[in-house]
Design a protein around this ligand. Structure first.
Ligand SMILES: Nc1ncnc2c1ncn2[C@@H]1O[C@H](COP(=O)(O)OP(=O)(O)O)[C@@H](O)[C@H]1O
Ligand SMILES: [Mg+2]
Length: 291
């Protein structure tokens, strides 16, 4: 009798432990999913790659987090900015188009501490075409990243300047989308299109990806001298969608392009420049926002 009682108590304890373990696993999964970020605008030249590269590197080095960058643009600007020659890399294009590929085989270490990259090259343009013929084509990137998510605190996806299947894959694989815009009319145009695309994705029950959400918006190429224009831009955006947060803007400066030429994030290239403090502020705000 006594032995049965002990056994029962033992079984209940084991059950409790297993349930707690399951809950913890779920929580951990959610935490990692929360931290896949896409800085988005359907137009080229508004700063997607520059902001992704710089904010990610600040988070990796100054906040000591493991960061994976994923370049899914055939132009491979993010790959180049890290100092890789796109002609000599194992490109994400293979990962997106071939079956049974191991994501970790495509990850390379960069010269920045805590920073890994899945590079891209021009073959990603043709991968886009091949993807259209695949079943489950919207989830290819999401599935590929699932294999390695737990090794990273943050994943940043750098998208091409269009709303094709690769951008759709990126939005689906992300949990947090940040809209980047500049004072150019074209950049705002791109924003309303991406907002519509996101809206459709979120509402599309078949895709069941209601965990993708817009975290906020950030203005790039900011000039304090054009305060009135900046305020009007915010008004215009507010008219299109409810933006939950406006991150502090990123100033316009030629130092950014120079730092990219030297394959360095701005905070290393010009540590005392305003652009470095802008990216540090953005990184802090982003971490706080992700919780
Ligand atoms: N804040 C900024 N100040 C000055 N130049 C910038 C700034 N942000 C981006 N640029 C430059 O603008 C060009 C386009 O930026 P990029 O990040 O490649 O845009 P996207 O990825 O959206 O096409 C690059 O040459 C980059 O150096
Ligand atoms: Mg780019």
């Amino acid at each position: 009798m006594h032995t049965t009682h002990i056994l029962n108590t033992y079984t209940v304890c084991i059950d409790l432990l297993l349930t707690t373990y399951d809950i913890l696993i779920e929580l951990t999964r959610d935490r990692y999913k929360m931290n896949t970020i896409c800085i988005s605008n359907q137009k080229g030249g508004c700063g997607k790659t520059s902001l992704t590269h710089n904010v990610g590197c600040v988070i990796a080095t100054l906040h000591e987090k493991k960061v994976l960058f994923v370049d899914v643009d055939g132009q491979a600007n993010l790959t180049t900015v890290f100092g890789f020659n796109p002609d000599n890399v194992k490109s994400i294009s293979e990962l997106l188009t071939s079956k049974k590929k191991q994501t970790r085989d495509y990850i390379v270490k960069t010269s920045v501490p805590n920073v890994d990259l899945i590079p891209s090259n021009q073959h990603t343009f043709s991968a886009e075409k091949q993807l259209y013929e695949k079943t489950g084509r919207e989830f290819v990137l999401s599935d590929a990243l699932e294999q390695v998510r737990e090794a990273y605190d943050y994943i940043f996806i750098d998208t091409p300047p269009n709303l094709g299947i690769i951008t759709l894959n990126s939005l689906i694989a992300s949990n947090s989308v940040i809209l980047v815009y500049t004072a150019s009319e074209f950049s705002l145009d791109g924003l309303s299109q991406i907002l519509n695309a996101l809206d459709e994705i979120i509402k599309n029950k078949r895709l069941n990806i209601n965990q993708t959400k817009i975290l906020g918006a950030i203005q790039n190429n900011y000039k304090s001298t054009t305060r009135k224009v900046n305020a009007k831009l915010k008004d215009a955006l507010a008219g299109v969608s409810d933006i939950p947060k406006y991150f502090s803007p990123i100033s316009e400066t030629t130092e950014l392009e120079k730092s990219q030429f030297e394959h360095q994030p701005a905070y290393l290239y010009v540590p005392n420049h305003k652009i470095s403090s802008d990216f540090k502020t953005f990184a802090k705000e982003l971490i706080a926002c992700l919780g």
